[in-house]
Design a binder for this molecule. Sequence first.
Ligand SMILES: Nc1ncnc2c1ncn2[C@@H]1O[C@H](COP(=O)(O)OP(=O)(O)OP(=O)(O)O)[C@@H](O)[C@H]1O
Length: 255
Amino acid sequence: MNLHQSARTPASGAASDAEGGLILRDVEISLDGRSLLALDRRVLPGETLTVMGPSGSGKSTLFAFVAGFLDPAFTARGKVLLGGRDVSGLTPQERRIGLLFQDALLFPHMSVGENLLFALPAALKGRRARGEAAERMLAEVGLAGMFLRDPATLSGGQAARVALARTLLAEPQALLLDEPFSRLDQELRETTRDLVFARIAERKIPAILVTHDPADAAAAGGDVVVIGAAGRGDEHARQPGAERAETPLRARALR
Ligand SMILES: Nc1ncnc2c1ncn2[C@@H]1O[C@H](COP(=O)(O)OP(=O)(O)OP(=O)(O)O)[C@@H](O)[C@H]1O
């Protein structure tokens, strides 16, 4: 785990945009004329960037910006690039970014399998092919044979796995993980997060994790940025001219 106090520390790798991943380029989000957060990072395919910060520092706001549903109360500048493409002007649906939350948010009136079928891309045709894809994904998250289960009968860890399966079935271009393990007890937490990060690496999905738990950040294995901290990072980002001063470094990292 590499802990960077500055949210402006460039991401790893001197790759070109075309090499993909998730790029937050020169992002700055303000509220009531004050800078809330500034971030300039690349997350490579299969990597997870961890974002930490106190309550109110803007973690949910950052996710809303990346996913494309930022509240108009905020002003934002900067770009979101996915797989080499600028998606800043696209709707949340067009961006195809998956989200995982604390709560699994499964539809209670559907079976586990129906919850998964609902998420499958419409392009996959045929009842049988869709059913098989859902079954395969259930096996991949360690829940083989649970297609017909009522979500109400699942343990917290099982529900979290179904939520992961549902998110992966939609073939997301990136994943945003908002404290997805925080409701799980210690043992389940460890196995569930290992499973999540293994699938992310295997499928080469760039991901951002928001967590308060340093153990989650360590398990994610990627860089860590701290936003809204009283230390150098946020203060540095707010200084006039700080962005210009960082441009050559950033240019090296992102181009
Ligand atoms: N729709 C909104 N309109 C105005 N201000 C908002 C809105 N949503 C959030 N805020 C404010 O923006 C700031 C950042 O909020 P945000 O929810 O992103 O923080 P957070 O880091 O996710 O907090 P937590 O860890 O408590 O979830 C806070 O000061 C919050 O009060």
